[in-house]
Design a binder for this molecule. Sequence first.
Ligand SMILES: Cc1ncc(COP(=O)(O)O)c(C=O)c1O
Length: 389
Amino acid sequence: MSDALTCQRDAFGLPEDLHYLNCAYMGPLPTVSEEAGIEGIRRKRVPVSIHPPDFFETSDELRRLFADLVGEADPTRVAIGPGVSYGIAVAARNLPVGRGQNVVLTHEQFPGNVHAWTRAAREAGGEVRFATPPAGPGRGQAWNENLLEQIDNATAVVAVPHVHWTDGTRFDLVDIGRRCREVGAALVVDGTQSVGALPFDVSEVRPDALVVAAYKWLLGPYSVGLSWFGERFDEGVPLEETWIGREASEDFQHLVNYRDGYQPGALRYDVAERSNFALLPMAVASLRLVSQWRPERIQAYTRELVAGVLTEAAGLGFAVEDEAWRAGHLFGLRMPPGLDLAALKESLERRKVVASLRGSALRLSPNVYNDSSDVEALLDGLREAVTAS
Ligand SMILES: Cc1ncc(COP(=O)(O)O)c(C=O)c1O
């Protein structure tokens, strides 16, 4: 029997006539996660239903699920935060950048990464370098080559995504990781636009930190971010000194026996009140689904679903990245010259096709709830806009 994934729309509450191709903006919440959240809110009505072990057990389960998803055997390497900027701030706090050193980022990277590293570099008397893509064919490969060229003996940190949030350009993290180790640079990965829908294995990439927002491809709630931290962070300094991050915090009666030691691994980096009784059960329910569907099957499903779109869009004059350098779940169609953007927007909106315009590209980001009817509606909209221009 084939192990291939079939459409999982039944697991979601999306309206039937909505062609939602915008998971890179926000993933829809699966129905089981919605129910877990409502149940979590209800428990707060009568607080005796929330017991001391509840402060730990759901968090531990979430760490286990995320660790499994990224090939990590030790769940204590996972910290729970409120979003990506928080995880990147932990990384920037603990990875030293010295005078004359540099931090390498990509062109148009998501702002939270850019601001954190720009400040770290500025305060240290170092510089930030941006790897830039050329225009035209071969863009993805050339962008990857440029990124490797930016890394040198003065590089302290390379902070990059697996796929670019604007157009899905894929970065070869195994190669980048190897180059980082050659020069002694730390590698920080923002996996928000990939983890969940594209396989990621910490033992292959060997990053120092991996930070992921739960609300996109992990199909979780807003305001949960999961970070994996490697050995460089083992004795690091958290952003906050939380009671729960300290040794023996399970013993509520003796919390004022202040302890110097922290909970194991990366738990010291958890945000205050990380045990959110509504959000974490939602995140757990979503991650269970993603783990069951598996990123490699989700990637194969989306790749196959959009194969026809890419061929036809190229025929209509849209430029598409080479298959090797883009993701199946997230990619951009660059406009043909002269295409009327307003007409394209209108034509898609009328068909209830939801995607994002990012710069000069239409960003499409399908997932397991999409099927051929979504792709057909999109193609109809593209055809009409090209004919009208
Ligand atoms: C690549 C990437 N990183 C991070 C974020 C969100 O960052 P934060 O969780 O700090 O709001 C987004 C949201 O679009 C994103 O695309």
